[in-house]
Write a protein that binds this ligand. Structure first.
Ligand code: FNR
Length: 357
């Protein structure tokens, strides 16, 4: 007799996406999966990694590759962070609490979204020892923005991630078609509490470098600028006291037809010239993607949807599994490339293919 088959364990991030899709409300799946416009950038983020090949070295005597990294806002056991994504309670009832516990278990940094469905204080309380950073959309009311900064500080967040690629909201066709404009019953953006009322998150079309300068004045937390694609902006960021940058196009959810992040990374890394860590997010689905980004100048990457897929497929356990899978893949790829440490990757290990596989 054949043994009864337990549900197969997903063997990669893309399989976790399929498992999450089975379980999630299709409207919520679309919210997580979708991108802006024709989703050209959304697809490009992933496919750009497919146009890069790794060139391994042999006989380097690598016994156990070193994965740990240190960033201005804290250290992590691997160069894979949790990118800020909204509304985790749509993926699992425990929401951001479960994600934070998964980040604590895997000893990596979770960037808590301003649009989280659990307040940052409650995320911190649910996961003692979690390494949290707080993501901010600067709110037009600067006094309220400052309140948010104080709350992030009090909750123990190690850095403030200021997202700058969303002066206005990018329209996502899937949400328009599905009529997905409000959170379902009982769920709210819990960070937007202001006394007795809940404010809506608003975007700030007038956001400028002055706001970044102001933020550096009001907090001693390192400021990480998320959403930089132009080398000149990277240089200006350094002039404004920014501690690190995240090369990001918001996972293809804001301006469509901007380049894939890994395609602009080398230019940004060159512009920054080692003066501050450069991180990347967008389309990272395998450990080999992580190696390519690090070889091309990133100090770490962040993953958005992959963690949501873990959460949607199997709650906290699924989020842990996704992060541990990525860790194992990074470790294996380093060993197979003959590289002893994530700090030793360099551009010569990556070849750009004229045609994708
Ligand atoms: C996001 N992203 C995002 N970014 C941010 O700064 N604040 C936010 O609240 C959100 N919310 C959000 C929701 C969902 C469902 C997604 C998919 C993304 C963007 C996110 O931080 C990151 O830039 C991308 O997710 C990276 O791309 P991948 O890893 O999803 O391909």
């Amino acid at each position: 007799m054949r043994p009864s088959n337990p549900a197969p364990e997903p063997a990669g991030v893309r399989e976790f996406e399929a498992a999450a899709r089975e379980r999630l409300d299709p409207v919520h799946y679309d919210y997580f999966a979708g991108g802006a416009g024709d989703e050209i950038t959304l697809r490009a983020n992933e496919s750009a990694f497919g146009r890069l090949a790794l060139l391994p070295r042999v006989l380097r005597g690598v016994e156990k590759p070193e994965l740990g990294i240190t960033l201005p806002g804290g250290s992590a056991s691997m160069p894979v962070l949790v990118a800020p994504t909204a509304f985790h309670c749509l993926a699992d009832p425990e929401g951001e609490r479960a994600t934070a516990r998964a980040a604590a278990t895997t000893e990596t940094i979770m960037i808590v979204s301003l649009a989280s469905t659990v307040a940052v204080e409650d995320v911190a309380a649910a996961a003692p020892g979690a390494r949290l950073w707080f993501q901010l959309f600067v709110q037009p009311d600067m006094a309220f923005t400052e309140t948010l900064v104080r709350r992030a500080e009090a909750a123990g967040c190690g850095a403030l991630v200021v997202t700058v690629d969303a002066p206005v909201f990018g329209t996502r066709g899937r949400d328009e078609r599905n009529g997905f404009h409000d959170l379902p019953g009982g769920l709210r953006c819990e960070n937007m509490r202001d006394g007795d009322r809940i404010r809506p998150i608003v975007f700030s079309p007038a956001i400028s470098w002055d706001h970044i300068a102001r933020l550096t004045e009001i907090t001693s937390l390192p400021i990480v600028l998320k959403g930089v694609l132009h080398p000149s902006d990277a240089r200006t960021a350094l002039d404004h006291g920014v501690s690190a940058l995240i090369v990001s196009n918001h996972g293809g959810r804001q301006l469509d037809t901007v380049p894939a992040t890994v395609d602009v990374l080398p230019e940004i890394a060159a512009a920054v010239g080692g003066a501050a860590p450069v991180l990347l997010d967008g389309g990272v689905r395998r450990g080999t993607d992580v190696l390519k980004a690090l070889a091309l100048g990133a100090s770490a990457v962040a993953v958005g949807r992959p963690v949501v897929w873990g959460l949607g497929a199997d709650g906290e356990r699924g989020a842990v599994r996704v992060l541990e899978l990525l860790r194992a893949e990074v470790e294996e790829a380093l060993a197979l490339c003959g590289v002893a440490s994530v700090h030793d990757l360099e551009p010569g290990m990556v070849r750009r293919l004229r045609r994708p596989w």
